[in-house]
Design a protein around this ligand. Structure first.
Ligand code: 5GP
Length: 233
């Protein structure tokens, strides 16, 4: 199979008829790739967790690139043209938000905050406003940004409610979007403990990639626990 693209944690292979095979690797990175590790089994855990979330979004009528899960660590997805923005939704203030602004750690954000950031390791994914996103050509209209915002908030509602029933607080997460061959805007990439913050609803224990970023240990043990909880009926 032809390798189309190898990112920091996933590789894309060309399949056929506008379909792509997305392989979740065992690589973990943080700090725009400055910190790296490999943890055997991480790719399979993220692939399974992300498949579950993508299937949930599909059930709720939210358009995604996801077509199917090929265990242990692959998704079949639509070929899309990626919008070079990260869309972040925050329900609780933590991470870069409390480093950049005078929010108190752990404060609930109601309504949630949506941020657009440029996908660029070189510039450390800077937050952009509408004018900057347009001037850089990341999007071609303000409507595109409001569509992404709308879908991201809907994804937040769906995932937040689902996770809370599993004893998990959805603190914040990052989405990527793309356009499929028919020109539809769809949720792309992955939704996993690598791209979301999850806290245990009772103990507020960290259950996501912050365990790696902050050297808290037991990274895969918590990814496994997320998978276990969301797989229960
Ligand atoms: P923060 O801006 O606080 O670092 O991150 C906010 C949320 O977006 C977190 O859930 C974090 O995992 C996710 N996020 C932000 N930027 C990136 C990124 O470049 N890669 C990944 N995997 N997640 C990101």
């Amino acid at each position: 199979m032809k390798l189309l693209y190898a990112g920091k944690a996933k590789s894309l292979y060309e399949l056929d008829e506008g379909r792509v095979l997305m392989e979740f690797r065992d690589d973990l990175t943080a700090g725009d790739g400055a910190k790296r590790a490999t943890k055997a089994g991480k790719g399979a855990l993220n692939a399974e967790i992300s498949a579950k979330f993508m299937e949930l979004l599909r059930k709720k009528g939210i358009p995604t690139h996801y077509l199917g899960f090929e265990p242990p660590n692959r998704h079949v997805v639509k070929r899309v043209k990626i919008v070079p923005l990260e869309v972040i939704v925050r329900n609780i203030a933590t991470g870069s938000l409390v480093r950049r602004y005078p929010f108190k750690e752990g404060t609930e954000l109601s309504p949630p905050i949506v941020e657009f950031c440029l996908k660029s390791d070189e510039y450390h994914d800077p937050m952009v406003n509408e004018d900057i996103a347009l001037a850089l050509g990341a999007v071609s209209s303000r409507e595109e940004l409001s569509r992404m915002r709308e879908i991201a908030l809907r994804v937040n509602e769906v995932l937040r409610e689902f996770l809370l029933k599993k004893g998990i607080i959805l603190v914040d997460f990052k989405l990527e979007f793309g356009y499929d061959d028919e020109g539809n805007l769809v949720v792309a990439d992955e939704i996993s403990p690598d791209t979301c913050r999850f806290w245990d609803a009772e103990t507020r224990e960290v259950m996501d990639k912050d365990r790696f970023r902050r050297d808290m240990g037991d990274v895969l043990k918590y990814y496994e626990e997320v998978k276990r909880r969301i797989s229960e009926n």
